[in-house]
Structure formats: structure tokens, C-alpha cells
Ligand binder design. Structure first.
Ligand code: MN
Length: 287
């Protein structure tokens, strides 16, 4: 599809042009909603949430869907809503220290530039935290596959992350995050760059296909089969995130390859030698 063309709800000889009114830019971002692959069927919920216009500068991931960043607090707000007598008692401060405390929350405000961190760092007599709360994912050596790379961070290499696991996935143009599912939890995705398509299979003959681009959020309900294909000309980079201490995925091909082959051969009307030639190790991203 060229950038000038107007996508239509047509698949082969089926469908016909939509005369509008239309949001053509939105349709260009979502060709699989406009003209779904013929394998799509049923009434799956929406699993795509549109990009914010300006993207994001940081991403907060909580392990509780009821929690929001509005439930984090500013200490200036805490001070403003605590009786001064309690503050004085808590810190052992005299009343004159309390006169200039902010009367309400301070959010973004001017302050003095602090000295360099190495001069201003406090050494706690109780030592550092035993498990670091910081993990540099990009400093981690990726797992390499035919069609891209993946870096997994979970409690096995980032001990403090004992309720959330994640994978940073990079898929080369034309590559595919293989058909798989997760045995532990729902998957939440954030698309960082590139363009991709995800097909989600919900069993009982139901499947739905969504298109994603940088800034979009994707979602895969627990145990639904899915794949993510790079449909663009740039690498597709996205995060897979789970509310689980351990990242776990089940590869359809690895699972089939390690099952007695005649069963899969008969189930899929395939020659036995084709089933036997499936790699027995996991290939998360194929070319
Ligand atoms: Mn997945």
C-alpha cells in the first residue's frame, strides 16, 4: 500500500470502497481492522490502544491495575496535611523550622542546582539495598534469533522485579515473533518503534488481527495464542510485560517438535518428515 493510496475494506473480490465520511489516516494505521485477514472470526474485545500524539518520555508499569501514578505522593503534600505538632514530634524539630513549610503540594518548581552526585551521595550506615531496584536492560546481552533479538528481564536476573517480568523484543523487517502463548498471565505491550501486526487466537474459532505502530499499547489475554509480524521497513521494537516474577512463553513449534510426530502429522495433514524437521529448541523470532 503506497502512502497516497486510500485503504478500502476490500479483500480480494469481497467488500467494496467505503465512500465515507472517513478518517483515512486512522484507516492507514489499521488496515487489518478495515479488511481483516479471512482467518479472523468471532467477537474478540479490542486489544489495541492508539498511540498518544506525542508519545511518552517514560513508562510506568504497575503490578496492580487499580493503582495509578496519582496514588504516589509528594512529601510536600504529606507535610501540608500533617499537623505541625506531629511533624515537630516526628523529626524533633523546633517550631521555627515549621514556619516556611509549603502549604500545599509542590510539583515542578525552581530549586538550587545540587552538587555533583558523587559529592552529594549519602552513605547509609545500614548499607545499600540488598537487591538493586535498577536494571539496565540495554546493557544486557540479547538472545539472538534468525529474525531479531530479545532481552528478558525477570526475577532471575533482576531480583527486585519479583512481581513483573518483561522482554524487549526487536524484530527485523519481515521477521516474526513466533506463534506462542504465555502460561502465566495476560501480556501487556508497548510499541517503541516500527510497525507490526498481531494476530490473537482465542480458541473456539475466534481470532482477531490488529496493527500497531510506535506509541501503541497492545494486550493479549491469558493463554491466547498469538504472533507479532514486522510489517514495516524498519526494525519493530516493543516491550512484552507480565504480572509475574518469571517470563514464560510456550513456543508452538517447539511444543509440536517435542510431541510424538505422528500425532501432529495426522492432526495437520502434514507428512511426518515435515513435522520431524521442526527445530526442537525455541526460536522466539523467525526471519
Ligand atoms: Mn507474547
Amino acid at each position: 500500500m503506497s502512502p497516497e493510496s486510500i485503504p478500502q475494506p476490500e479483500r480480494g473480490l469481497e467488500g467494496g470502497p467505503d465512500t465515507g465520511p472517513r478518517n483515512v489516516e486512522l484507516d492507514r494505521q489499521n488496515p487489518d481492522l478495515l479488511a481483516p485477514p479471512e482467518t479472523d472470526a468471532g467477537t474478540l474485545p479490542n486489544l489495541k490502544f492508539q498511540a498518544l500524539d506525542d508519545g511518552v518520555e517514560f513508562l510506568l508499569v504497575f503490578d496492580d491495575g487499580e493503582f495509578s501514578e496519582n496514588s504516589t505522593f509528594m512529601i510536600s503534600d504529606f507535610f501540608a496535611h500533617t499537623p505541625k505538632s506531629v511533624i515537630a514530634k516526628n523529626f524533633g524539630w523546633s517550631p521555627e523550622h515549621l514556619d516556611r513549610l509549603p502549604e500545599r503540594e509542590k510539583y515542578i518548581f525552581a530549586g538550587q542546582v545540587p552538587p555533583p552526585l558523587e559529592r552529594d551521595q549519602v552513605v547509609s550506615p545500614t548499607g545499600d539495598v540488598p537487591r538493586s531496584f535498577k536494571h539496565r536492560l540495554l546493557a544486557q546481552e540479547p538472545e539472538h534469533f534468525n529474525g531479531g533479538r530479545a532481552r528478558v528481564a525477570d526475577s532471575t536476573n533482576f531480583a527486585a522485579s519479583d512481581t513483573i517480568s518483561a522482554a524487549l523484543v526487536e524484530i527485523e523487517p519481515g521477521g516474526l515473533r513466533e506463534l506462542h502463548w504465555h502460561p502465566t498471565d495476560d501480556e501487556w505491550q508497548y510499541y517503541i518503534s516500527g510497525r507490526g501486526r498481531m494476530g490473537v487466537f482465542a480458541s473456539s474459532g475466534q481470532n482477531r488481527t490488529f496493527d500497531y505502530q510506535a506509541g501503541d499499547v497492545g494486550y493479549v489475554p491469558f493463554a491466547f495464542g498469538h504472533y507479532v509480524e514486522n510489517t514495516g521497513s524498519e526494525p519493530l521494537v516493543f516491550l512484552e510485560m507480565f504480572r509475574n516474577p518469571k517470563f514464560e512463553d510456550i513456543s508452538l513449534s517447539q511444543w509440536m517438535a517435542n510431541t510424538p510426530p505422528q500425532v501432529a502429522a495426522d492432526t495437520l495433514n502434514l507428512p511426518r518428515r515435515v513435522v520431524e524437521s521442526i527445530p526442537k529448541t525455541k526460536t522466539r523470532i523467525t526471519a
